[in-house]
Design a protein around this ligand. Structure first.
Ligand code: FE2
Length: 280
């Protein structure tokens, strides 16, 4: 097994490893440590069953069943099927969401700390996933802005991104909005957080999941969001994951900003996603 950095700012790739190697506790520890220290870990060509994916996810925390039952894997409820494929004219999973920069579920009070994807059927031509480090984004904020946001909370909401369409969730848009209001009222989180594993500070505030900063006026919010967006999207600080079959990709949701990109029309793509909550 070998672990190397993918970029200076985010990511580690583990090579020379199979699922069977995880029977060894030292391997598990090295994997967990790589995720916690590097925010994002990639293992390419990692052939596993859905059951094995959930077992591996269980090394990081508690895998949680996906909220919408019909897009759960039929045998493994902890797996959410993200897919544009159809079986008997019915979608087999949730069509791709998250085509914008975000920190997973920052709009809930207590987001699950890890996300794990397994590329079951992935094109290499399109459908890449972009990653940036929220630690690196915070580092690059000018001091003036670090001072302005110090001690402030961000107001998070999913409302800006209600792009899940009826056919994706089996609810009408009105029902879905009502569900969002009840299930996901706006929440506040500190904008600057210290990562418990690395002791490094990161920016918890992807603009697409935010209403604004507590105490900022509209002009300040606009300026802050524009600055943060430009820092996130600076191409010298973005890692583009070009999928290859059976890639396993796992990240810390709070310190990892990411964005899905479009899949070329007519090209099938299926990914198995597990959301991993902190152990109770
Ligand atoms: Fe995401």
């Amino acid at each position: 097994m070998d672990i190397k950095e993918i970029t200076p700012f985010i990511g580690a790739e583990i090579t020379g490893i199979t699922y069977e190697d995880f029977a060894d506790q030292a391997t598990v520890d090295a994997f967990v440590d790589a995720v916690n220290q590097r925010e994002l870990v990639v293992i390419r060509g990692f052939e596993i069953t859905p059951q094995q994916q959930v077992a591996l996810a269980g090394r990081l925390g508690t895998p949680v069943p996906f909220v919408i039952q019909k897009y759960r894997h039929p045998e493994v409820p902890e797996i959410m099927i993200s897919s544009n494929e159809k079986k008997n004219d019915k979608p087999v999973g949730v069509a791709r969401v998250g085509n914008f920069w975000h920190q997973d579920s920052s709009f809930v009070a207590d987001p699950a700390p890890y996300t794990m994807l397994h590329g079951v059927n992935v094109p290499s031509t399109t459908g890449h996933t972009l990653f940036a480090s929220a630690v690196d984004v915070y580092d690059r904020l000018p001091d003036e802005w670090k001072n302005k946001i110090a001690g402030r909370n961000g107001i998070h909401t999913v409302a800006k991104r209600l792009r899940i369409r009826e056919e994706h969730v089996g609810l009408s848009v009105a029902e879905f909005r009502a569900w969002i209001d009840i299930e996901h009222p706006k929440v506040e989180h500190p904008l600057v957080v210290k990562d418990p594993y690395t002791g490094r500070e990161y920016l918890y505030g992807a603009p697409e999941y935010m209403d604004g900063v507590v105490g900022f006026d509209a002009n300040e919010n606009e300026a802050f969001f524009a600055l943060v967006d430009s820092l996130i999207q600076d191409e010298d600080h973005v890692y583009t994951h070009r999928w290859t079959p059976n890639d396993l990709v796992v990240w810390k949701t709070q310190t990892t900003l990411h964005a899905a990109t479009d899949v070329e029309p007519g090209v099938p793509r299926t990914v198995h996603r597990v959301s991993i909550a902190a152990r109770a």
